[in-house]
Design a protein around this ligand. Structure first.
Ligand code: SAM
Ligand code: SF4
Length: 492
């Protein structure tokens, strides 16, 4: 069985952009996959620079946001971005380590750079991000063509590292920082639709979920200066963006203390301040750890129409025993109560999740608990994976990866099938409803149709008709039908 299914277009773009995806993910992430390995080039840079860099990004939204910071640092130091790898003096690959398959994809891609290096021995190849951090100098041993290895907190040193590598030395900086947030660096935006932008609000993670490599590759959690976040969001709005996505591994634990007066900013406060920039600026955020999302945050979401009614609340497992082994710090019952609370305060809110099948010691009973929790939570959408043991994690050190691959995949398939039914029912319930849709551009299939998203983050496609809408406008759309991952409507 292929370990990747094709429930095409089931995902909404924001969620798609946010998640890591490799082939042990069992739902189609067509748009997500389209972004994997995406090359960066800023529109402003063509023709201005003597030297060019090419960067491909893999993994989660944080990596894509980081590539925009890297682009800003390189542009300041004389390198212009290019999408043409053949003319690049510097080839960068921003990597993901979350599952084994992610790293294998990157290793394969590195072998493809060999031809370019042979043709032009002067070209430098650099590995950035989580895989650089996890493997450090070992990567230089294993991948001979790599010249630079740079961890996620060391991007400011890139110009020095490039100069060092230019002399024929291998250059490595994988130092993790307790305070680096790149808060003062204005990211150079990837050429995207000009409507929606990622804004990184924090880095690292303190949670130590036992399956997860992130705390080791991205270091301790730290929150970015609230003023710099607000300034970046305001600037995006002034440039015509209509949506900001506040990013962090655990956004609800955002906590910034102003060094000048010790005044503190919580996530609820930050969310409110971003929402107040302008009522026509949509605000999204991801990811929320269930233990950290508070009533205060939920009340802020209720209070502002422009804060999108969508919460990504990864459960990982429906079994309290497994949740404890995963170190998630909540039980099945506690999580269910959180779902009840969200539904009570925000009846129109969509809820999505991440689920891992086949974690260490998982029994059929545990698996049934996950399936019944899915039913209870009635998720609009989930990202589903089978467990992939990662070196150095708590789970790797403490537990045996004892669920065989066939069982992992079978359980994952059952989870995917159930989620598929739930997603379908969710779409069916939307038929007849009217949504405000932010238009992102032409529908892929038909230029006579617009594509956008509703507040719940579902993709909506509708005929342009005789109305004079443009990209970035809001339209009222009545839903009449749906396909697997798209609501189909008509302007009203
Ligand atoms: N901080 C976010 C959170 O807690 O949801 C995102 C973490 S990670 C980038 C995204 C998802 O990858 C996790 O929620 C989890 O479901 C999955 N994941 C992490 N480690 C994994 C592993 N070792 N095997 C399979 N899936 C994993
Ligand atoms: Fe990993 Fe858990 Fe942190 Fe998410 S919250 S990044 S799953 S350790």
């Amino acid at each position: 069985m292929s370990d990747k299914l094709t429930h095409k277009n089931i995902l909404t773009k924001f969620a798609v952009q946010i998640k890591c995806m490799e082939s042990n993910l069992l739902i189609d992430k067509s748009q997500d996959e389209a972004r994997q390995g995406e090359a960066y080039a800023s529109q402003s840079s063509s023709g201005v620079f003597q030297k060019h860099f090419y960067v491909e990004s893999y993994g989660c939204a944080m990596n894509f946001a980081d590539s925009e910071v890297v682009a800003a640092i390189l542009e300041k130091n004389g390198f212009g971005g290019t999408k043409n790898i053949e003319i690049a003096d510097l080839i960068l690959i921003n990597t993901c380590s979350i599952r084994e398959k992610a790293e294998l994809t990157i290793r394969k891609r590195l072998t493809e750079f060999r031809r370019l290096k042979q043709a032009n021995p002067g070209v430098l190849v650099g590995v950035l991000g989580c895989m650089a951090e996890r493997l450090k100098a070992q990567l230089l041993e294993e991948e001979k063509l790599v010249d630079l290895v740079v961890g996620p907190d060391a991007y400011r040193t890139l110009p020095d590292l490039i100069a060092e590598a230019g002399t024929g030395q291998k250059a490595v900086n994988v130092l993790l920082s307790r305070d680096e947030t790149y808060g003062d660096i204005a990211p150079v935006r990837l050429d995207n639709n000009g409507i929606s932008a990622f804004v990184s609000i924090m880095r690292g993670c303190n949670n130590m979920c036992s399956f997860c490599v992130v705390p080791f590759t991205r270091g301790r959690e730290r929150s970015r200066d609230a003023f710099s976040i607000l300034a970046e969001c305001k600037d995006l709005f002034d440039k015509g963006f209509k949506e900001v996505v506040l990013l962090g591994q655990n956004v609800d634990s955002y906590y910034w203390s102003n060094p000048e007066n010790n005044a503190t900013t919580t996530f609820a406060m930050l969310l409110e301040q971003v929402a107040q920039i302008d009522p026509s600026l949509r605000v999204r955020f991801s990811t929320s750890h269930p233990k950290d999302i508070t009533d205060e945050v939920l009340h802020i979401i209720v209070k502002y129409d422009n804060i999108c009614k969508h919460i990504h609340l990864p459960v990982q497992s429906g079994s309290s025993r497994i949740l404890q082994l995963m170190n998630r710090t909540y039980t099945r019952e506690w999580y269910m109560a959180k779902i009840d609370r969200i539904r009570a305060l925000l009846p129109t809110c969509s809820i999505t999740s991440d689920i891992i099948a086949g974690f260490c010691t998982e029994t059929e009973e545990d698996h049934q608990d996950t399936l019944s929790l899915l039913q209870y939570a009635n998720y609009d959408l989930s990202y589903m994976y089978f467990y992939s043991e990662r070196p150095g994690t708590l789970a790797e050190r403490r537990y045996e990866d004892d669920v065989d691959l066939v069982t992992k995949k079978r359980r994952l398939q059952e989870i995917v099938d159930l989620q598929w039914t739930l997603s379908n029912e969710s779409n069916k319930r939307d038929v007849g409803s009217i949504f405000e849709v932010l238009i992102e551009g032409n529908s892929k299939r038909n230029e006579a149709e617009w594509m956008g998203r509703n507040s719940q983050n579902k993709v909506v496609v509708f005929p342009k008709g005789k109305f004079d809408y443009k990209k970035g406008d809001y339209a009222q759309v009545k839903i009449q039908d749906f396909t697997k991952g798209t609501l189909l409507g008509e302007l009203i």
